[in-house]
Design a protein around this ligand. Structure first.
Ligand SMILES: Nc1ncnc2c1ncn2[C@@H]1O[C@H](COP(=O)(O)OP(=O)(O)OP(=O)(O)O)[C@@H](O)[C@H]1O
Length: 213
């Protein structure tokens, strides 16, 4: 059995006096594709943000290769690609400028941007302001980074929203390839994944309603 890349240990998250999850523990290994599922408001995004080190749990810890993520900040930052559910794309910049900005931020200075944009089907739209593109094209700009990433751990929030059928199949294949290379993917989606299918592990969060005492 391979050593886990990421471990959640006894994570509890409370938002506005509601317990979203309580003492949640799980391991993510190289090769895993883990779908966090559950109804709106169940806490999927909150969990992803905690795993990415962007917010703190009420209690519990996240470990990257046996080290607390707070204590392995630099290594973890190198190993992680987090794409939140808001694409992080600036409307006034072109598709290519946005990608260029995101890649440079991630430390990639000589990435083949046009090739990457071609992979997400944005050939011909490279110089269009992102704000003039469709919702799916907008999201594809953010997702393009996945096609040029050396990060082992991908945490992606709702990557399939607004993406067409072919795009979904391409993304699923990308996730499979990444997992086959020893990476892992943790994602949320309300869609059924067709290609990833039996490779998929699932973690279900339920919406817990706590009426006032
Ligand atoms: N920073 C915050 N401050 C206060 N409450 C928050 C915060 N972030 C999230 N919440 C609340 O936590 C709950 C869970 O939100 P979260 O976004 O994690 O759910 P989700 O499962 O991702 O939902 P969806 O499927 O709609 O994206 C919601 O009720 C939300 O209002």
């Amino acid at each position: 059995m391979t050593k886990p890349l990421l471990q959640a240990k006894a994570l509890t998250c409370i938002r506005e006096e509601r317990i979203l999850f309580d003492e949640l523990s799980f391991d993510v290994h190289p090769g895993d594709i883990l779908q966090i599922e559950g109804p709106n408001g169940a806490g999927k995004t909150s969990l992803l943000r905690i795993l990415a080190g962007l917010s703190r749990p009420y209690s519990g810890s996240v470990f990257y290769q046996n080290q607390l993520i707070e204590e392995a900040r630099d290594e973890y930052h190198q190993a992680l690609l987090y794409l939140g559910h808001l694409p992080g794309v600036k409307s006034e910049l072109s598709a290519e400028e946005n990608l260029n900005f995101n890649l440079k931020l991630a430390g990639y200075h000589d990435a083949p941007q046009r090739e990457i944009l071609a992979k997400v089907n944005l050939t011909g739209f490279e110089e269009h302001p992102a704000g003039h593109l469709s919702a799916g094209q907008h999201r594809r700009i953010a997702l393009a980074r996945l096609w040029h990433s050396e990060a082992k751990i991908w945490i992606v929030d709702e990557p399939l929203t607004a993406i067409d059928k072919r795009g979904v199949a391409e993304l699923e294949q990308l996730f499979l390839d990444h997992a086959d290379r020893g990476g892992c993917v943790i994602l949320t989606t309300h869609q059924d994944l067709q290609l990833v299918g039996n490779r998929l592990k699932k973690l279900t969060l339920s919406y817990q309603f706590h009426p006032e005492a």
